[in-house]
Write a protein that binds this ligand. Structure first.
Ligand code: AKB
Length: 325
């Protein structure tokens, strides 16, 4: 790729669960200096700060985003900075401020500077009790119970508006719970599906905050990154949904996950003590129908419960052995 045509990408939320790995993946795919990682308060890992540019950016401050976009001549933003569902329920005002003002600022900066493309993740949290919980269709009733879900529905509509009104090429997927071994998630309802691996390896014991038979849709990090990158690289003519796409990978209960882990760590024991997050989980789909994403831009995940668990145990065990956790 010539230097002139090279994309200059800004990743907000780059110290978070998805951002930390997606930044490295994008750097691997292109010139490392053309992917600018942006975090807010958290110190970046050495890997992140040594492999390319890093900036502190508060996405609730539009001028702050604008400055970085100008400094690096950014033409693409992956806007991942967000407050997740459980923290959102503890502090709804913060969730609204960070999620809505942050997205609005990113869209405004993208409009003003005529950026080529924006990626913004929505979530299965857009669905509520009025949507069918099994194979939830792409076009369903969206009446979420959480403020996080409310910000995701409003965000989807705002993205769709910016596309229709200003021609901004904004793209989005509705992520399920994301499972990964590099950076733990912070403050989501699906966090148990990551914590369980850390505690199984560290202590052979985990107290799970949802019931054993709670089923939710999940996705492994390589597929999570693939969904974002494939959608961003798809020809614009293939994309008919400018709200957000359902993307499915796997669905399992907390008990099924514990039993899969026991195949590698037979002494592992999981207890179930549901807390306020159970109610959130019970309002979300158990599985989602992603027919539209598969048809329009060729979405196809690679990992299921078996292959994800094997890879997670291997990767995390290695990180524990090297004292990297
Ligand atoms: C959360 O649990 O809040 C997130 C999500 C499903 O969007 N992981």
């Amino acid at each position: 790729m010539s230097a002139k045509n090279m994309k200059r990408i800004l990743v907000t939320g780059a110290t978070g669960q998805i951002g930390s790995e997606l930044t490295m993946e994008l750097r691997k795919k292109g010139h490392k200096d053309s992917v600018i990682a942006a975090g807010h308060k958290k110190k970046p890992s050495d890997k992140l700060s040594e492999s390319g540019p890093f900036e502190y950016v508060d996405t609730t401050d539009r001028e702050n985003i604008s400055k970085v976009v100008k400094k690096y001549d950014v033409d693409t933003i992956y806007h991942l900075a967000a407050v997740l569902s459980a923290i959102g329920e503890e502090n709804p005002q913060l969730a609204w401020h960070v999620n809505m003002d942050g997205l609005y600022n990113v869209l405004e900066v993208a409009r003003e500077h005529k950026l080529a493309r924006v990626f913004w993740p929505s979530s299965i949290a857009v669905f509520g009790l009025k949507a069918s919980r099994v194979n939830t269709p792409q076009d369903s009733v969206l009446i979420p119970r959480t403020v996080y879900g409310v910000t995701k529905v409003a965000g989807e509509l705002l993205c769709n508006y910016y596309h229709g009104r200003f021609g901004l090429d904004v793209r989005s997927v509705r992520y399920p719970g994301i499972i990964s071994s590099e950076t733990p998630p912070g403050g989501g309802t699906t966090d148990y599906a990551v914590e369980i691996f850390y505690e199984a390896i560290r202590r052979n014991h985990y107290v799970c905050f949802v019931k054993e038979d709670t089923v939710l849709p999940m996705m492994y990090m390589p597929d999570c990154m693939k969904a974002a990158i494939d959608l961003m690289e798809a020809d614009a003519s293939k994309i008919s949904h400018r709200t957000s796409y359902n993307v499915n990978a796997m669905s399992f209960s907390a008990g099924e996950l514990a039993r899969e882990i026991q195949k590698y760590i037979p002494s592992f024991r999981c207890e179930y003590k549901p807390d306020f997050r159970q109610k959130i989980a019970d309002s979300w789909p158990m599985s989602i129908d992603d027919f539209v994403a598969r048809k329009e831009w060729g979405w196809k995940p690679s990992y299921d419960l078996t292959s994800m668990t094997k890879d997670m145990i291997e990767k995390l065990s290695e990180r524990f052995a090297k004292n990297m956790v």
